[in-house]
Design a protein around this ligand. Structure first.
Ligand code: ATP
Ligand code: MG
Length: 428
């Protein structure tokens, strides 16, 4: 069973001694019960004390959201979010309540929480556990169930259905039927959720252990139409293949997204990732993987281009770098394992990996900077100033060297450069 960090216990003790019986709440309690290691170890404490009182009790605090009752206590290297028992006023924008009311009792605070498994409270000082909505039973049944009426709760906050899908992916739980049935009616509210929050939930879903289950929730409830319409337009078989490929890919965001999107036309992938506000670098890496994997997928000629010859493989490495070339192997593997062509593809994949290792072991020059003839020397050889021609010459020499690394000597490159320049001059 996972344990509670001492500083968190200290925060609870200090609040208790000041006469405010306080509780560990939310995901931390859920994960303690599950013995689940928390990647993002955030600990939430609910207390009857008002923010001003919490700030008085602890020397180091960050006033995170005092108007909502939240103060972050920094103690022993741990950040503990201490929030005054509260309920929520009306929701106006489908995301943030327009007002909050403070409560004297824990029950009222638990009632505003999204799912029964997230509405648990634990007091490690008094050794008491509170579970007013049957969260523990739902966890035993591996069910995600809304607290209260699911339609109402989803209507208040469109993030909740997305959280449900994300928890399904993280925990391997199913949505309770009533909760699941309430999602389609809440899609318009889900559309109001900011792209950043959608991106955050989708990212966590994508790298989760039960990603296929989470994707199935998205597809089966209409959420997919809101967050990834590109996948909705696909033939069902192709979409199922993309889901399976994502599940086969290692749990890294770029790989999982590439596996999921490899069935979408490469030209649409960038737009899709930009709309979801994924970081530029990540989006580029994913788009590149999808585009390159498409080349490999085109069947025997395409496959032969990448995996078939050493020069082709060096060109690939020069184009996308070693890391991406290795990621491409992972992607290819995931694709193969989840397709009917698994057998044929597996053979090509192992030959690709063998060749990749062998080609890299020879440490071939793969970039312009590694050429035996640098830009300045090229200008000197040709007797011309910087300009478009120099760039073209560099590219030509790099291609020449990628074809055969032994050509990378000053003498041989100077000779090739002269021949290229002459052929160019005579329009050959
Ligand atoms: P994790 O931290 O592992 O992602 P979590 O359940 O702790 O999961 P947080 O976002 O840290 O998620 O939220 C802490 C708690 O606040 C939740 O357990 C839940 O009780 C409540 N909560 C969070 N978001 C919502 C929401 N949109 N609607 C209602 N309650 C919420
Ligand atoms: Mg949390």
């Amino acid at each position: 069973r996972a344990h509670l960090p001492l500083p968190v216990l200290d925060v609870l003790r200090r609040l208790d001694s000041a006469g405010h019986r306080s509780w560990l709440v939310g995901g931390a309690v859920r994960d303690l019960l599950l013995g689940r290691r928390r990647a993002t170890a955030d600990f939430d404490v609910a207390t009857p004390a008002r923010p001003a009182e919490v700030m008085r009790l602890f020397p180091k605090v960050i006033p995170t959201g005092v108007e909502h009752g939240t103060v972050t206590v920094v103690l022993g290297g741990e950040h503990v979010e201490v929030t005054t028992f509260r309920g929520e006023g009306e929701y106006r924008d489908g995301r943030r309540p327009s007002s909050v009311t403070f409560h004297e009792d824990l029950e009222g605070d638990l009632e505003r929480r999204d799912f029964t498994m997230n509405a648990l409270a634990f007091d490690p000082v008094g050794r008491e556990f509170r579970d007013p909505f049957g969260g523990r039973a739902d966890m035993r049944d591996r069910l995600i169930r809304a607290v209260g009426d699911p339609g109402t709760r989803f209507g208040e906050d469109g993030l909740r259905p997305l959280r449900a899908a994300r928890f399904a992916a993280q925990l391997g739980y199913a949505l309770d039927p009533e909760t699941r049935d309430a999602v389609p009616g809440a899609l318009e509210v889900v559309r109001k959720v900011s792209a950043e929050r959608v991106c955050q939930e989708l990212s966590r879903l994508a790298v989760a252990p039960h990603v296929a289950g989470g994707l199935e929730v998205l597809a089966g409830t209409g959420l997919l139409e809101v967050v990834l319409p590109e996948l909705v337009e696909l033939e069902p078989d192709l979409r199922a293949h993309a889901f399976a490929a994502a599940a086969e890919a290692p749990p890294e965001l770029a790989l999982r997204l590439a596996a999921l999107l490899h069935v979408v036309e490469p030209e649409r992938v960038r737009g899709c990732l930009a709309r979801l506000r994924f970081a530029k670098r990540l989006a580029e890496a994913v788009a590149q993987l999808v585009a390159e994997q498409r080349c490999l997928e085109l069947g025997p000629p395409g496959a032969a281009e990448a995996a078939g010859s050493d020069p082709a493989l060096r060109r690939l490495l020069s184009r996308i770098g070693v890391e991406q070339a290795e990621a491409l192997a992972e992607l290819w593997r995931a694709d193969a394992r989840s397709s009917s062509r698994a057998h044929a593809a597996a053979g090509l994949l192992s030959s690709y990996r063998r060749r990749l290792a062998r080609v890299l072991a020879a440490k071939p020059p793969l970039s312009a900077g590694e050429l035996a003839l640098d830009g300045a020397s090229i200008m000197k050889e040709l007797g011309i100033p910087p300009g478009r021609e120099i760039g073209q010459a560099v590219r030509h020499l790099l291609d020449h060297v990628l074809e055969d690394p032994k050509r990378n000597t000053r003498t041989r490159l100077a000779a090739e450069l002269a021949a290229w320049w002459e052929a160019r001059r005579t329009g050959d």
